[in-house]
Design a protein around this ligand. Structure first.
Ligand code: ZN
Length: 171
């Protein structure tokens, strides 16, 4: 199947780890840490072993966790122990850093935990909100729970609609 692409080209290259290009512009991406491990990372200096965060949500590559982000997670969840980070949610955002006259984008973790009473879409990572269609309001919780029972994961209205359409097309 061929597919027309839009967005940052780095999204489509065969990268092993999450990059700033994988995140939404101007909106936090909320992900749940599954576990922390050490992975081999190839860079200009050869191969290095780095700490990486692995996520519960499908479709998200592991993220290399630098000291700044590790400190932010420690602050958000009140522990420097990586095993205490498991199943905890973190908010990622795109930051711009200026170094040696060059501007580069990087991933940063917010120093506070995302609100837990809010449910985030496990497909696109966005907050699930109430949606009004043809004058009928669907509550965020209802949308999320309906997707959970139908597709086995929390989904926003748009992602659930897309999954439903896909399912119907296959049927
Ligand atoms: Zn979604």
């Amino acid at each position: 199947m061929s597919e027309k692409l839009t967005g940052d080209f780095r999204k489509f290259m065969d990268k092993s780890f999450l990059g700033a290009w994988d995140l939404n512009d101007g909106k936090d991406t909320i992900l749940t840490i599954d576990h922390v491990q050490r992975d081999e990372v190839k860079n200009d200096r050869g191969t290095e072993r780095k700490m990486t965060l692995h996520f519960v949500e499908n479709g998200y590559k592991p993220m290399i966790c630098n000291t700044t982000n590790a400190k932010a997670i420690s602050k958000a969840h009140g522990s420097t122990k990586v095993e205490d980070w498991e199943k905890k949610k973190i908010a990622l955002y795109k930051a711009t850093i200026n170094a040696f006259g060059q501007t580069t984008e990087c991933i940063r973790v917010r120093e506070y935990a995302p609100k837990t009473d809010e449910i985030y879409c496990e497909v696109c990572g966005e907050l699930i909100t109430d949606v009004t269609v043809d004058g009928k309001t669907h509550k965020a919780k209802v949308i999320a729970n309906r997707a959970l029972s139908k597709f086995g994961k929390y989904m926003c209205y748009d992602c659930a609609s897309a999954a439903k359409a896909e399912q119907e097309a296959e049927a």
